[in-house]
Unconditional design. Structure first.
Length: 474
């Protein structure tokens, strides 16, 4: 058994779980969603029935029935005297590894492959004989690719040499590598909340303690809280997405970038800037890259072709000072033995066409964003859908904290989404729902229609459940 979750923590993670009757199935669905989102890791011990019932203010028989339903669906196992433990998700678990025919899967905020990619793949495959003549284990990255990435930074006003670049197997691999090299168990790491959940998972896996700084669609970064967090906790590193932040879609102003940089310098904190969405501009226009005027050893940048070209092209990179790159290269073999040669050759071929790639992406994402905004305004006017100037998603505010219940309800209707709490660092966000606008406009409009059909039912079930709960207390 790897870990245990307390009744208090589980109750907080469940959020507005009671959205329908019978209550035990609503509770079971809430725990299933936590498992599907990996907010409840496999082999996590659940609270005892009596303890959880007390925190949720339901009967013990309700919790017992919920656990029984979870056993029947293969999400937990229970042993007399040892309690109940979550199980690894099975391949037939709906919505996790297999998606049913006709489902609209909006769990991954990633657009389809750039239309010109197939031609580039064919072109690179024609030179396979030269590729296979290479050793194949490259923990630094092909010099042609590192030169292309360095030129891209220079074009943005960030002077860079190839020695300042290490090529990784995607941005997630880069974040894992940085977490292992820059932070140790027990170190504090400042991170936005909400945030990209896989980055938070990587930092937790490294044993760090996360310090959340709020960011909202309406107001952006809470700079007062950020300054206080830097000064009070002296984090070893900070993970931030300054451009088209995932999931809120916000971009830092010039003033916000200056404040964050100065606070980090005073605390001696290394800023890890996730720029994987920075090129997905729809209508903001070109802005200064920021974070240029301080100590260069405190600014590290992470990039990737996953969002711009294709999620299946596992090529990312880290841009840092040469001393850090050497440390990363030395540490990398414990994680992997390099980025595949074929993918690197494809990426190097793509960079001269990068302007055409991002222009096409801007067109696709604009159509998707505008389709979601129009559909929400028509079908769910009580929701607040902020206008994002780029990125991949909208962080929509619901008029009740029932994101988790809504997501579970629409799963059975063929719509797969991630609830707001999935993006939280320290709980909450059940009043928000991330809707990626990376799918086709037709699918996005259909998704909003499914949400609009389900919302009155979810809200109504929550009101009935709350009234019954208050009656039981009285």
């Amino acid at each position: 058994m790897d870990s245990r979750i307390s009744a208090r923590a589980l109750a907080a993670a469940l959020g507005g779980w009671r959205t329908r009757e019978p209550a035990y199935e609503a509770l079971a669905d809430g725990i299933r969603l936590l498992c599907l989102d990996n907010r409840l890791a496999p082999r996590t011990a659940l609270p005892a029935e009596r303890e959880l019932a007390a925190f949720l203010r339901v009967s013990r028989s309700t919790v017992a029935a919920a656990y029984r339903s979870l056993r029947e669906s293969g999400h937990i196992a229970s042993t007399r005297g040892s309690g109940s433990v979550t199980l690894p998700l099975r391949r037939r678990d709906p919505g996790r590894t297999l998606v049913s025919d006709g489902a609209i899967d909006l769990q991954q905020a990633s657009p389809p492959a750039w239309p010109g990619l197939a031609g580039v793949l064919s072109e690179v495959a024609a030179s396979a004989s030269s590729l296979v003549s290479r050793v194949g284990y490259d923990v630094v990255g092909r010099i042609e690719l590192r030169e292309a990435i360095a030129r891209r930074y220079c074009d943005r006003g960030i002077p860079t040499s190839p020695d300042q670049i290490i090529v990784t197997s995607g941005a997630q691999s880069a974040i894992h590598l940085l977490a292992g090299v820059l932070a140790g168990r027990g170190d504090r790491v400042l991170i936005e909340t909400p945030t990209y959940p896989h980055a938070a998972d990587a930092l937790r896996r490294a044993g760090t303690r996360l310090v959340g700084v709020p960011v909202t669609s309406a107001d952006g970064w809470d700079l007062d809280r950020a300054e206080q967090a830097f000064a009070r906790t002296l984090p070893i590193m900070a993970y931030l997405m300054p451009d088209f932040q995932n999931p809120t879609g916000r971009s830092m102003s010039t003033g916000a970038r200056t404040t964050i940089l100065q606070s980090a310098e005073r605390a001696g904190t290394i800023l890890v800037l996730d720029e994987t969405t920075a090129d997905l501009d729809i209508d903001r226009g070109t802005v200064a890259p920021g974070f240029l005027d301080g100590d260069p050893s405190l600014v590290v940048r992470v990039g990737s072709l996953g969002k711009t070209v294709w999620g299946g092209l596992r090529v990312g990179w880290i841009r840092g000072e040469t001393d850090l790159v050497r440390r990363l290269v030395a540490a990398r073999p414990a994680q992997d033995l390099g980025t595949p040669e074929f993918e690197q050759a494809v990426a190097a071929t793509l960079f001269p066409q990068f302007g055409a790639v991002v222009a096409q992406r801007s067109h696709v994402l604009r159509n998707g964003r505008d389709a979601v905004l129009a559909a929400v305004s028509r079908a769910l006017p009580e929701w607040h859908a902020p206008h994002a100037q780029g990125g991949v998603s909208l962080w929509i505010e619901l008029d009740a904290p029932l994101s988790s219940g809504l997501v579970m309800d629409v799963r059975s209707r063929g719509l797969l989404l991630s609830a707001g709490p999935r993006f939280s660092v320290d709980g909450g966000h059940d009043r928000h729902l991330r809707i990626p606008f990376t799918a086709s406009p037709d699918d996005l409009v259909a998704a909003v229609d499914i949400l609009a059909e389900a919302w009155p039912r979810v809200r109504g079930g929550a009101r009935v459940a709350m009234a019954e709960q208050l009656d039981s207390v009285v």
